[in-house]
Design a protein around this ligand. Structure first.
Ligand code: PLP
Length: 404
């Protein structure tokens, strides 16, 4: 069996771009399309998920002198960078074993009278336990911000859209998140007064910046040009393989973020591209969920391998499958066979937050064994339609070999 198939599978399932998205045309606004999609009144558009989080934290800072922000110890480095940008104190909560959720007891112990916000996080499209975070935060008088950057379109068991249960929620429209404006973010809040404050705060701290918008416009055009099997080696496959050959896993997954956050307005043309793509998102996500359900079942037939799924009747989104291997050695064996192929196998974040060298100045040291274990034992498998059955069967064979 060849180790490399003919074309490159992306690591996550992006909504297939259509040339028509790029044409100027009258369409509902991105905010209106997003509000309709989420079934809520008001969605605020920002230039990235990180910018949305910065606006949210800044608005809460205007309400309170508290400074602590509790986040899962395994999450996107941009979350830590956003907290540092706001001059707030990052506090890390370890995960529950083998889970994306913060450990409930540890979270309860961390919440105190200085806690400004708790940030439960729907990693990889999986639906996190937001109710426990809300209960802990309420006892301490803190707010809850749902990090739904990776989960636009997911739903809790009662049908509530993920991102809309806590006080504030945000979503990312970055590349790799399904629907994309190359970079972009959506910010929502339950309470009308808080929503008004978020809008005011954004107007105060987020300037227009033509240079950034020009750069992002070119990047979005490049994305539409290259997001196809023949284009992806150039945009994704070759740079990733070069980083892996150089032994730089952090660069290979794009975890090496700058420590400064671009804050600017998302321009009208990119908004219209996102708005034109939105009506296709729901059907695409159904297709992804069906494929993921079958493939999780196939993965679970391999002894000692688990595919992370949602608890109960919750419906997450499925940009990729998050696979938990029995040991770090088995995970590394699978990656050494598969990471440099073009089959869409990768990792989520490389480290728990305290373990990134470049974040040492802004992330506290912390004893977070479960977050480290999660980082050490997980890998991701793309849920892109381009990963066909032959390719997926090949992956299953390699995973089986890695645990034998
Ligand atoms: C969990 C999580 N939170 C926040 C962000 C930041 O979103 P953005 O990339 O749109 O700034 C990301 C992005 O990858 C993420 O994965």
């Amino acid at each position: 069996m060849p180790r490399n198939f003919l074309y490159e599978v992306p690591p996550t399932a992006g909504l297939p771009p259509r040339f028509g998205d790029l044409l100027p045309a009258r369409t509902a606004s991105l905010a209106a399309r997003a509000a309709e999609f989420l079934g809520i009144d008001d969605v605020q558009v920002e230039c990235s998920g990180t910018a949305a989080l910065v606006v949210a934290l800044t608005a809460l800072q205007r309400r309170s002198k508290r400074t602590g922000v509790i986040v899962p110890a395994y999450t996107c480095p941009l979350v830590a960078i956003a907290v540092a940008h706001c001059g707030l104190e990052l506090r890390l909560c370890d995960l529950a074993p083998g889970s994306i959720d913060m450990d409930a007891d540890k979270l309860a112990a961390l919440c105190d009278e200085n806690t400004l916000a708790v940030v439960p996080t729907h990693l990889g499209g999986r639906v996190a336990d937001v109710d426990t975070a809300i209960a802990c935060a309420r006892r301490a008088g803190a707010w809850v911000i749902e990090d739904a950057a990776q989960a636009l379109g997911a739903r809790f068991a009662d049908g509530t859209p993920v991102g809309t249960r806590a006080d504030i929620g945000f979503f990312s429209l970055a590349v790799g998140k399904g629907l994309t404006t190359f970079e972009g973010g959506l910010l929502v809040a339950r309470d009308a007064q808080l929503r008004a404050e978020l809008h005011r705060c954004s107007a105060d701290i987020v300037p227009s910046d033509l240079a950034w918008e020009f750069k992002r416009t070119l990047q979005l055009l490049g994305y539409y040009a290259l997001y196809r099997p023949a284009g992806l080696p150039l945009a994704y496959g070759w740079p990733r393989r070069r980083a892996l050959r150089a032994g730089d896993a952090t660069a290979a997954v794009g975890d090496d973020f700058p420590l400064t956050i671009p804050l600017h307005r998302l321009g009208a043309w990119r908004r219209s591209v996102g708005a034109r793509a939105f009506p296709r998102l729901r059907d695409f996500q159904h297709e992804l969920a069906e494929r993921a359900s079958k493939r999780c079942a196939s993965l679970e037939r391999i002894p000692r391998i688990a595919a992370l799924r949602d608890a109960g009747a919750a419906h997450g989104t499925w940009p990729f499958l998050l696979v938990m291997m029995p040991t770090r050695a088995a995970r590394d064996a699978a990656l050494s066979a598969l990471w440099t192929t073009n089959l869409g196998v990768s990792r989520l974040f490389i480290h728990a937050l305290p373990d990134y060298d470049y974040l040492h100045a802004i992330v506290p040291k912390a004893d977070v064994p479960n977050a480290r274990d999660f980082a050490a034992r997980t890998l991701t498998i793309s849920n892109s339609p381009w990963l066909d059955e032959a390719r997926f069967d090949f992956l299953l064979g390699e995973l089986r070999r890695a645990v034998e």
